[in-house]
Write a protein that binds this ligand. Structure first.
Ligand code: 5RP
Length: 236
């Protein structure tokens, strides 16, 4: 499955493989999105095939749903599952309190819904994702297309009163057209550089009409599994 991997992919694979050890037969598992989560889905598929692991997976994007089916994982919707034992997902940044920035892949809305409907969220990451302060990675916020420019103005006004170092906002593009999420929405990337109070920022942003969800995951992640290029794994 791994072939010749770069050190970063070895690190992602090591984290993903270790995290799948938390999965037991009979579990309903949230399946995250992104390159690290894709390794986790492949590792779970291998266990389904080789060990007869019986799980039901709830994907957080159409990309992950397609991959999960391809590797033989039974896919169900969150409505069918209602509640999950575990979600395993990647992250763009995590801090010492295990708060996260997610949404680099544009899937943070479904990812947050799935993670908060789970008994436990395990994040899988390479060491570059660990930060002293969240915010170097642009914070994604999902906005509905209707009136998105007005929503952006409200976001920029809200940022004026926030403890952040940068205040640039950018509509995420896919070539010449705005990026469209699985829910049919757009993404604004907020270039904040450093977020002084992530909890307050998350609450303020989610008050804005037209803003569906921001990419800050506060008090949602329980465990971070960090993989290294030499195959070592740390658990926080
Ligand atoms: C997608 C996400 C991803 O988990 C995050 O972007 C990390 O991706 P990768 O594992 O490819 O670095 O939040 O919305």
């Amino acid at each position: 499955m791994t072939g010749e991997l770069s050190p970063i992919d070895k690190a992602k694979f090591a984290a993903a493989k270790r995290a799948t050890a938390f999965v037991e037969s009979g579990m309903k598992v949230g399946l995250g999105t992104g390159s690290t989560a894709a390794w986790m889905v492949r590792c779970l598929g291998e266990r389904v095939r080789d060990e007869g692991l019986r799980i039901k997976g709830v994907p957080t994007s159409t990309r992950t749903a397609d991959l999960a089916r391809e590797v033989g994982i039974e896919v169900i919707s969150l409505d069918e599952a209602r509640w999950l034992d575990l979600t395993i997902d990647g992250a763009d940044e995590f801090d010492a309190d295990l708060n996260l920035i997610k949404g680099g892949g544009g899937a943070h809305l479904q990812e947050k819904i799935v993670a908060t409907a789970s008994d436990r969220m395990i994040v899988i990451a390479d060491p570059a994702k660990e930060v002293a302060h969240l915010g170097a990675f642009p914070l994604p916020v999902e906005v509905i297309p209707f009136g998105w420019k007005a929503t952006r103005t409200l976001v920029e006004e809200a940022l004026e009163g926030m403890d952040v170092l940068g205040r640039e906002t950018a509509l995420r593009m896919n070539g010449e057209a705005p990026f469209v999420t699985d829910e049919g929405n757009h993404i604004l990337d907020l270039h904040l550089k450093r977020i002084g109070n992530p909890r307050q920022l998350s609450l303020v942003l989610n008050q804005i009409p037209g803003l569906v969800e921001n990419g800050l995951f506060i008090d949602i992640c329980d465990v971070v599994v960090i993989g290294h290029g030499d195959g070592r794994v740390e658990i926080r």
